[in-house]
Ligand binder design. Structure first.
Ligand SMILES: Cc1ncc(COP(=O)(O)O)c(C=O)c1O
Length: 449
């Protein structure tokens, strides 16, 4: 049998994908792997083995904020390969120290102390652990439709992932209703609702709590849950109700942090400062690094209770070097302001599509974190899941990747989130593809009412 680790262009993708199905565990939850093999990424564009190009409007798994293989990242990888890649957890390279200082400078007081890990789930586990150790309590509150990771602790606080057949969970985790105004779980309308989802949510939490409430963990925009953007004032109200219970606020800015929403951090637009901030995906631009940032006071309180956390890659120099390059790119290329500007442009184009296509029930989100929800009927809001999946595939066939978010049989939406470096020309091309894909799919399989 012929073995080669460097497939050459033109080599049969179908053959490689056949081998993928033989040798890789299928973690796709039924959709399977996409029918191509990628050999190159530059900016917004991915190229497959057959030479076909795709606009990546998902930024990979939401990490490639500054575009695929940004030259600054490539240079940082080269530099760190020449210096040192990995060290003992208690042995520091300069990049890690400088990165912590840089984040403290970007963040408002009292967020000034950071720890660097590899994944989003790890950063959230760290936030949960620090919150528990600082408060001496253990109960955690999250939102329905949230996603915080798939490790033991974060999965319990994740309420948008099927737990079927994964055994019993842990006690002390409670869910509150999602602030999903397009489909308000209480059937109310903002602002007349006066945040009843929070009032009811905390009533349920109080009813179940054993008096040990430690923290609330939330995404500023519930991304995997369908790009649910809580209404204005929500986070201030949430903060107020958490403070009443002496609970800490953990914000998980895995996707929203570092420019994507048109601000360095989403919480700056929400008018709150969290006690603990988790950053991940966007920090490394595609290289695994995550951070948990908190106050000196919380760190001190946790240490007084014996806090410690040694992992294989804590404080590793290589990913820190890359994260510094990502911050340089965001700062020196004006990408935060660009996310606001290109995001507004893209959102307007999507709203224009919504005006023409009944199947688009809602367009939402801000900056370059946008959601498009597909419905069979705008009045009943019945989810157009089969049609949405067909349109997603039709876009892919035409060279556009968008991320489908199917929440059981409850809703089907897209996350539309290209790299912040996306050009208006790429946006125009993507929107034209979506337009054509919707028209083609619905001509083939019209929605029966
Ligand atoms: C908001 C949020 N938090 C946490 C995670 C988990 O990050 P990771 O997959 O890196 O563990 C994700 C996505 O995967 C996410 O979207």
């Amino acid at each position: 049998m012929h073995h080669s680790n460097t497939p050459s262009p033109g080599r049969d993708q179908a053959d490689l994908l056949e081998r993928a199905s033989r040798y890789l565990i299928d973690y796709s939850r039924g959709t399977g792997f996409f029918p191509m093999v990628i050999v190159e990424g530059r900016g917004t564009v991915l190229r497959d083995l057959a030479g076909r190009e795709y606009l990546d409007f998902g930024s990979g798994q939401m990490c490639a904020t500054i575009g695929h293989n940004h030259p600054r990242m490539v240079e940082a990888l080269r530099r760190s390969a020449e210096r040192v890649l990995h060290l003992d957890a208690r042995l520091l390279g300069a990049a890690t120290i400088l990165l912590a200082e840089r984040l403290a400078a970007l963040l408002p007081w009292p967020l000034e102390k950071a720890v660097f890990l590899s994944t989003g789930a790890e950063a959230n586990e760290m936030a949960l652990k620090l919150a528990r150790m600082a408060t001496g309590r253990y109960e955690i509150v999250g939102l329905v439709r949230s996603f915080h990771g798939l490790t033991a602790g974060t999965l319990q606080a994740t309420f948008n992932y099927r737990r079927t057949n994964t055994g019993p969970g842990a006690p002390g985790y409670y869910a509150m209703p999602a602030p999903y105004c397009y489909r308000c779980p209480l059937g109310l309308t903002f602002p007349a609702c006066s945040f009843q989802c929070l009032t009811l949510g905390f009533q349920l939490v109080d009813a179940q709590s054993s008096g040990s409430l430690a923290a609330v963990i939330v995404e500023p925009i519930l991304s995997s849950g369908g790009i649910i953007e809580p209404p204005p004032g929500y986070f201030q109200e949430l903060r107020r109700m958490a403070v009443e219970r002496e609970m800490l606020l953990i914000l998980d800015e895995a996707q929203t942090g570092l420019g994507r929403v048109g601000a360095w951090f989403a919480f700056q637009q929400d008018g709150v400062v969290p006690d603990l901030l988790a950053l991940s995906k966007t920090l490394g631009g595609g290289v695994p690094i995550s951070a948990t940032v908190t106050s000196a006071d919380i760190e001190e309180r946790a240490r007084a209770r014996g806090f410690g956390h040694i992992t294989s890659h804590v404080s590793d120099p290589m990913p820190s070097e890359v994260a510094l390059a990502v911050l340089d790119a965001l700062e020196q290329e004006g990408l935060v302001a660009q996310a606001a500007e290109r995001g507004a442009y893209l959102k307007a184009q999507l709203q224009a599509l919504q005006a023409r296509h009944e199947i688009i029930g809602d367009v939402r989100g801000r900056g370059l974190l946008l959601g498009v929800e597909f419905v069979r009927d705008r009045a009943t809001k019945a989810p157009a899941t089969a049609e949405g999946l067909a349109i997603t595939a039709a876009c892919r066939e035409r060279g556009l990747l968008v991320h489908p978010q199917q929440v059981r049989d409850l809703s089907f939406s897209w996350r539309v989130a290209p790299p912040l470096t996306v050009s208006t020309e790429e946006i125009d091309r993507a929107v034209a593809i979506v337009d054509e894909a919707i028209t083609t799919v619905l001509a083939r399989q019209p929605i029966a009412h």
